[in-house]
Unconditional design. Sequence first.
Lengths: 522, 427
Amino acid sequence: MAEVHVREGLDERQPSKGSDWSFSDLERFEREIARVAAQYRLDTYPNQIEVITSEQMMDAYASVGMPVGYHHWSFGKQFLSVEQAYRRGQMGLAYELVINSDPCIAYLMEENTLMMQILVIAHACYGHNSFFKGNYLFRTWTDASAIVDYLVFARRYIAECEERHGVDAVEQLLDACHALQNYGVDRYKRPSPISAAEEAKRQSEREAYLQSQVNMLWSTIPHPLQAGGEQEDDSNDPLRLHRRGRYPAEPQENLLYFLEKNAPLLAPWQREVVRIVRKMAQYFYPQRQTQVMNEGWATFWHYTIMHQLYDERLIDEGIMLEFLQSHTSVVAQPGFDSPYYNGINPYALGFAMFTDIKRICEAPTDEDRRWFPELAGSEWLPTLHFAMQNFKDESFIQQFLSPKVMRDLRLFALLDDDREETLEIGAIHDDDGYRQLREALSSQYALGHREPDIQVWEADVYGDRSLTLRHQRSDRRPMERSVHSVLRYLHQLWGFPVRLESREGDELVQRYQWPSSDTELH
Amino acid sequence: MSYFIDRRANARNKSAVNRQRFLRRYRSHIKRAVEESINRRSITDMERGEKVSIPARDISEPVFRHGQGGNRTIVSPGNKEFVTGDRLRRPSGGGGGNGSGDGRASNQGEGMDEFAFSLSREEFLDFVFDGLELPHLERKQLVDMREVRPVRAGVGRDGVPARMNVVRSMREAYARRIAMRAPIRRALREAQEALDEEERKDPVLRNPSRIRELKGEIEALEKRLEAVPFIDTYDLRYNQLADQPQPSNRAVMFCIMDVSGSMTQAHKDIAKRFFLLLYLFLERNYERVELVFIRHHTAAKEVDEEEFFYSRETGGTIVSSALGLLHEVIEERYPPGDWNLYVAQASDGDNWDDDSVSCRRLLDDKLMPLLRYFAYVEITPHAHQALWEEYTRVAERHGKRFAMQQIVEASDIYPVFRELFKRRQAA
């Protein structure tokens, strides 16, 4: 019966116009995709789909998809490298640029074919969009409805600062903040949502208030002594002038927050700029932790939706073949020894994992029953939604990476110990290796493992006002040389000497300092 | 719920500011790259942008990061023959290459990468001519200006229909209508009131002839009211233009070159590059730049570009012949009041000995008063001859408007050019 319908269906419903598209095509397909997505219970923010040119796409890339942003040379650098890569044809600009906002803004490039537009709508406007709305990290840490307004506020504020204090002063400050922006996030404490209107209203009050706070902290009048009895008597300090508690009492993980509130010499506007960079970093924090899941989820859904559209005969074989060609190259995973290898492809891994969860639910093998007793045979759609909503890359891999996916990707773990002459293969995709492999891959995606663990340890409030950070080293992994440049930036913000102590366990292994003590630098 | 927005018509240079910020920050790097590229590329090639590379480490944005070393576990895909417990030699080359499994980290570790990007032609030329200026642009006096340009000069009653100012005309008409109708309306209102009063009276007391009279008056007034024209020729206003004298925005550049036997093709190439550089520079400062080519051996001749650079001539050298021809051409076609005159002369310094003195006289007496700038380049590795010495004397007299430099090889051109045109500190 289906065969009979093919030709008839083509006449009234199918585009069959090849690759050209019109707005009415887009609207029609968007409606169909929305209908299919609803069947699969994809809950999304409203979509704002913007049709743009390739130059505008490069602009959008350079500003990480943000519709507005403050000016800084690093975005110019980003733009130039995107432009260069695009001109040389090293990079398509096709896929999914979508930002986590309400409404969710996605971009379609005018040069793309109809298939590509459909694919992007399915991938970005329904895949990523539902991820942004559903995943716990995004729900807890970002406020999709406020971000665009906040960006507008930030841009205007920084432009005003440039007018008042000069472009160079603002640029230097932003350079310093950008160097520390990965340490400008609260990892455990939920931030209060940002609201542009409130920011603008409270901003001037905050300037005055913050300054008074800082002044209190640095006032020369001594605080009452802490009743800490653990220090032994010191005959050189009978009045116990040096027997105060450490400040801050607890180590602080959010460096930029600490600087904003405590740096002694920053002007109020500078504190506000630090705050803006910090808020932006916080906004991007969930994205950095959910690459594999986010791309995997969106890819899984564009694949599923496209197939359903094809089954319903809304798209023809031509579009489908073009789609499969594009999809295949997106989820390709070259091996480690391939010249095209550039790390694990998050699209490939994520797509393989979500697809495999569905398989485990629908057609479990004995192995799956052993590994995932609670998944095997359950309904796949709720399971998939559960996985999307409640995990980040680290825990998602820990929970759901199945032996089959490890076998398919032929994963292996390499132990690289600089004390050893040779590298060792720690585990491969076999029964003995699965757990170890999964553990290793999971920690490879853990931000806490990827980035050095650095916290504010002490600000010498009563002495030379120096700031000491602690780097908790693990597995003897040292800091890269760039640490010196970052400390210089930190010093610019703090205004007094800064130190960084690398510790392995309790043992101090290395100390960095700026200005460095051996050379007098000004 | 979804909606589409067509943004294609929006501005596409959202990143322009950021791009400028970047160029500004790495100004010194880019300038160095541009200068290198000028010496490398042929000057005919100036009409395009340039690819510029900056060492990646100079523009990196530092963050706290793990370095090489320590004890790491790396998971990679694509295992073919490894089994657990295999030991492999560490790949050489600083951890780069295939086995390390972390391509990105090793790229950064090497620190030799270049950040490459393209400058547009405009940006490229901006850097080429950065800090240069044409000498004595400002000395153009209003007195010797003969070029005029029409500028707007308000609104008046005369003009051609094409320049009619509709808004002003309608406003005039409106004012006129108010003015002309006001007395009629007043009379009309009075007549109407009189009529009403008459009609309110007891029928016995009414004066029928008065009523008739008033009715007739009202009718006549209403006709007059209607007859006030909506628009009248009297209302029309026209935008006016006035001719204003304008500093001349045209320049002519005379290229003078010695083509005697002693000038080799290599000499001519160097001269050509110099001329082209000057031409590009003039083009950025003037709306229109004309070129006149004069070549000479013992006699001077005005020629076209092709012949100027490529035809072969031999013979002796009499420089004054070219200067004489230059003077004739100026008198004939380029009155100094209308044109900014620039002369660039290239020679290997050879001249008949007694001719150099007449060159100096010609310059001193006739030419220098007319010219904005005279640039002389001598392309020779040898010692200077009489012409250079005589020119030195001219330079002493005319200081700022006469410049001379020596070029030995092609790579000198750009530095010499910069030297000739560098921005002078305001005296």
